[in-house]
Ligand binder design. Structure first.
Ligand SMILES: CC(C)(COP(=O)(O)OP(=O)(O)OC[C@H]1O[C@@H](n2cnc3c(N)ncnc32)[C@H](O)[C@@H]1OP(=O)(O)O)[C@@H](O)C(=O)NCCC(=O)NCCS
Length: 178
């Protein structure tokens, strides 16, 4: 039986220092601890998260509480991937206590919709660690398909790139009827 998932009301804001400090302390459980920030590089990571070039946004609920973050552009690319095609790269992370509860599609949809509007993107793309089938499933649910598999330069980790064919039809299917 499908579980009932309450619709989300989310807003997006440029990431501020208080958000960044909270995110640096988030701890995902294994195997997703891969996404934890390193306690030894807090100052460096803080600068990175707050650097406007990296386009990090806070995902807030109606009470203004931080539920996640997303990034657009080069932060969401991984060395070794083929990014020659024009597309908006999307990265995201949801607060550890909110993951795994069936809301991934709604968060990802909201992030993609925000990205399309903000950046007038014609194509969308995500790069995901190959082991992370949960994240891949979320984007697959939103009509994204795998277009590349590659090994990250310098680490040997495997990644997949997923993209949606056309933002116009994607927007029509996934954003007009909700
Ligand atoms: C990626 C992320 C947004 C997904 O959101 P979520 O709320 O955890 O995902 P959900 O609970 O909605 O699960 C998504 C789907 O994956 C499935 N899933 C869960 N674990 C899985 C696994 N190990 N293998 C395959 N599918 C899995 C779920 O059953 C669900 O599919 P369904 O709707 O068909 O049942 C969230 O986990 C997150 O922010 N993770 C940390 C950062 C990260 O992973 N970033 C990746 C870059 S996008």
């Amino acid at each position: 039986m499908r579980r009932y998932v309450k619709p989300l009301s989310l807003t997006f804001r440029q990431l501020e220092k208080e958000h960044a400090l909270a995110i640096l302390n988030w701890r995902y459980t294994s195997p997703y601890d891969y996404y934890n920030f390193d306690a030894d590089t807090v100052q460096e990571d803080l600068r990175y998260l707050l650097d406007v070039k990296n386009a990090f946004c806070a995902i807030l609920n109606l009470q203004g509480e931080l539920e996640g973050y997303c990034s657009f552009g080069s932060d969401a690319q991984v060395p070794g991937g083929d990014y020659s095609a024009e597309a908006l790269d999307i990265g995201m992370g949801i607060r550890p206590d909110l993951v795994g509860q069936g809301r991934g599609k709604q968060y990802a949809q909201a992030v993609a919709r925000y990205g399309v509007k903000q950046y007038r993107a014609q194509q969308l793309r995500v790069t995901i660690a190959e082991f992370n089938k949960r994240a891949q499933r979320v984007w697959e649910q939103l009509g994204f398909e795998q277009v590349e598999k590659f090994i990250k330069i310098g680490s040997g980790e495997k990644f997949v790139v997923m993209a949606c064919a056309s933002v116009d039809s994607w927007f029509y299917i996934y954003c007009c009827n909700d």
